[in-house]
Design a protein around this ligand. Structure first.
Ligand code: SAH
Ligand code: SF4
Ligand code: F3S
Length: 451
């Protein structure tokens, strides 16, 4: 009864939470399996950010509960944002569910499983469904252990939990609770430990990373706690690359912009959510910046790092988005020339301040607006990739590529995917790659062999 399969939906934060749960379970003698069929326990770590994300996980859970009829001892748990959002009502939809674990209770998963398995082994009645979704002070400090996680070339490090913003479309403050920062020294120790085990790249995670610990730690020499943290991570021997996601235009001040000049390990890549190019929609979304301000930050960054790569998030079809509003988004999107973007069709979320507005923009309009932005993105991403053909790029080799023997996959500092023939022993190394070919989504190249 100790083989656990974890399936993760949603953002990097969820991925990191799943890794932490896996590490805790391994420590308690469970084994983490990569195939659902062989598992005794299936845990779905879920996302609520759009309705479709919830539907996907509910569909999957329904499929697994059907399997439980043939395999009654199979344990099914739902964790994460949808567990937090729906709580008890999930059990009404899926009566055969065994565990519902909220976003502040990941660390309780091993105990809940132990108890459940113990009572099953006692051959007693099927234990009651456990619903554990209370808030817990200090829970941000539980997503820290990378112990027994196996070595990682590139690691996610959660530096905070929750979000205090009130973007009108967004369910995350409800699913993740209020902003809580981890102590800076604990984060640094964790990254040091990762570096000691061979990790070369870290991605610092938070809903608004640049807001990190603004209430808990003082500004020093006008530097925010987040910038102070970046400096400390930059000083860790063995770490070669630093990334973070996601920053917010509010609080993206010169102290952070200057980091792109003075911190050599900070990669020239930024995921910078714009959401809309229309000031009236930004206002309705309760995003407290103007498109001019947003573009000004990018311009400053490009002065300092002309080669910076920028990606973004956009929502199309927010209630009230007129053709003119969308045109403002389209033109800003095109003018900025994003290297990557996630474009989302608006989805009404229960309990958000935009919920009462309903979903007045038709599916067709959303689809058409989505496609227009995707076409622009395809062109700008391809042009950027093509500009790299003939250059030599520093690539961190992460592992084997799916296609072809002896093909390996890695990323440039700008987060472009590179496929290259190489050797297994180079995994985890920074290698120079001569770029020979480009498509919209990846680059091909050859190792530059040192003389
Ligand atoms: N904290 C991050 C965003 C986390 S959610 C930030 O503020 O940048 C990731 C993305 O999902 C958001 O940037 C937004 O573009 C999208 N999103 C959030 N709620 C949504 C909704 N109700 N409908 C469609 N997309 C949404
Ligand atoms: Fe959601 Fe806004 Fe917080 Fe991001 S900043 S998680 S979009 S409420
Ligand atoms: Fe989804 Fe929760 Fe992340 S709602 S986007 S998994 S914080």
């Amino acid at each position: 009864m100790n083989r656990v399969y974890i399936k993760t939906y949603g953002c990097q934060m969820n991925e990191r939470d799943s890794q932490a749960v896996a590490a805790l379970l391994r420590n308690k003698g469970y084994s983490i399996v990569s195939e659902e069929e062989t598992a005794d326990v299936i845990l779905l770590n879920t996302c609520s950010v759009r309705e479709q994300a919830e539907q996907k996980a509910i569909g999957k859970a329904g499929y697994i509960t059907a399997k439980k009829r043939k395999k009654p001892n199979l344990i099914l748990g739902i964790m994460g944002c949808m567990a937090q959002n729906k709580g008890d009502s999930l059990v009404d939809t899926l009566p055969d569910l065994d565990l519902v674990i909220g976003t502040q209770k990941f660390h309780r998963v091993p105990d809940h499983l132990d108890n459940m398995i113990a009572s099953m082994n006692g051959l007693g009645p099927r234990p009651e469904t456990v619903v554990d979704i209370e808030e817990e002070a200090g829970s941000q400090n539980t997503i820290k252990s990378h112990m027994d996680d196996g070595p990682k070339v590139s690691a996610f490090v959660s530096i905070m939990q929750g979000c205090n913003m009130k973007c009108s479309y967004c369910i995350v403050p409800k699913t993740r609770g209020a902003e809580r920062a981890r102590p800076m020294n604990e984060i640094v120790d964790e990254i040091q430990a990762l570096a000691d085990k061979g990790t070369k790249e870290v991605t610092l995670l938070g809903q608004i990373v640049n807001q990190y610990a603004v209430r808990e730690f003082p500004f020093v020499d006008k530097k925010s706690p987040f910038v102070q943290l970046l400096e400390k991570v930059n000083a860790i021997e063995g770490i070669e690359r630093i990334r973070f996601t996601s920053p917010h235009p509010v609080g993206f001040k010169d102290d952070l912009i200057e980091c792109y000049q003075r911190l050599p390990k900070l990669c020239e890549y930024l995921h910078f959510p714009m959401q809309s190019g229309s000031n009236s929609i930004l206002k309705a979304m309760r995003r407290p910046y103007s498109i001019e301000k947003f573009r000004q930050i990018i311009e400053k960054l490009r002065v300092i790092r002309p080669d910076i790569y920028i990606s973004t998030d956009i929502i199309v079809g927010f209630p009230g988005e007129t053709d003119e509003d969308f045109e403002a988004t389209r033109s800003a999107f095109e003018a900025i020339g994003f290297d990557m973007a996630y474009i989302f069709k608006y989805s009404v979320r229960p309990g958000t301040t935009a919920e009462p507005e309903g979903d007045p923009i038709s599916k067709e309009t959303k689809e058409a607006r989505n496609q227009i932005l995707l076409d622009i993105l395809g062109r700008s991403s391809l042009a950027r990739n093509q500009s790299l053909v003939g250059t030599t790029q520093e690539v961190l080799l992460e592992g084997k590529a799916k296609r072809g023997d002896a093909m390996f996959i890695g990323r440039t500092r700008g987060y472009r995917k590179v496929i290259v023939p190489a050797n297994e022993r180079l995994i985890g190394e920074l290698v120079d790659v001569h770029i020979t070919d480009a498509s919209v989504s990846s680059l091909n190249g050859e190792l530059v062999i040192a003389d």
